[in-house]
Design a protein around this ligand. Structure first.
Ligand SMILES: Nc1ncnc2c1ncn2[C@@H]1O[C@H](COP(=O)(O)OP(=O)(O)OP(=O)(O)O)[C@@H](O)[C@H]1O
Ligand SMILES: [Mg+2]
Length: 204
């Protein structure tokens, strides 16, 4: 602000944009920490409603691929139930966490695929990337809060995303499974039951 008069308007704009982006990141960080704290304190309440799972998946994918428009991104959704019961806001948050990891931990010219199918309990969503992957040593710890893989340290992150996604899926009585090979890529499988909303009372 002090030097603004001596700077070109282009310079001022570039710096303002940097500040704006940093504040967005900070906002995201606060939101993640708040959500995680709420969930781990047992205070996350589900607000179950009926929703269309295909629209939710498409919305989350669109939002994420907008952040990375050049990325080869394939979506294959077949035969999902028209309506399932769950908390669509939290489930979208869980899917966004997984999708944003796929984007963050892979090169921007490598493909990401999202496949959704009906499963025995409800809906199964598989998110696959061809990124840095996770070492066998780190794999068991990914859903612990603040855990970060040894090969991810140079990429920014808090280590809270997956633990939050895990809480959300557990509250729905679903499952979250990660298969990965370091240097080759990662496949995350989420299952969401059609109706069993175990966490509707907020008890973990
Ligand atoms: N798709 C992926 N490919 C490679 N590593 C991954 C992937 N998803 C998660 N990881 C590993 O799991 C760790 C935990 O992921 P998590 O989403 O919980 O936290 P984060 O991405 O580090 O930070 P943030 O809280 O910002 O999401 C990451 O630090 C990374 O090591
Ligand atoms: Mg993450």
């Amino acid at each position: 602000m002090r030097r603004a008069e001596r700077m070109s308007s282009e310079d001022v704009r570039t710096r303002a944009e940097k500040i704006w982006r940093a504040s967005l990141r900070l906002d995201e960080l606060i939101e993640t920490i708040m959500s995680y704290t709420r969930a781990s304190a047992g205070g996350m309440l589900l607000n179950p409603t009926e929703f269309n799972p295909e629209s939710l998946i498409r919305r989350a994918c669109k939002e994420q691929s907008n952040h990375d428009p050049e990325r080869p991104f394939t979506i294959d959704i077949q035969k999902l139930p028209e309506i399932i019961i769950g908390d669509p806001i939290l489930l979208e948050q869980a899917l966004v966490i997984v999708l944003s990891n796929a984007i963050k931990y892979s090169d921007s010219d490598t493909p990401i695929s999202v496949r959704a199918r009906p499963s025995r309990e409800g809906v199964m969503v598989v998110v696959k990337d061809e990124g840095i992957g996770v070492s066998e040593r780190d794999l068991p710890f990914l859903m612990q809060p603040f855990f970060r893989g040894h090969n991810a340290k140079e990429i920014t992150g808090t280590g809270l995303g997956l633990s939050l996604a895990w809480h959300i899926i557990m509250l729905h009585g679903g499952s979250l499974h990660i298969a990965s090979k370091e240097g080759h890529g990662t496949t995350v499988t989420l299952t969401i039951p059609e109706k069993n909303v175990t966490g509707a009372s907020g008890v973990l």
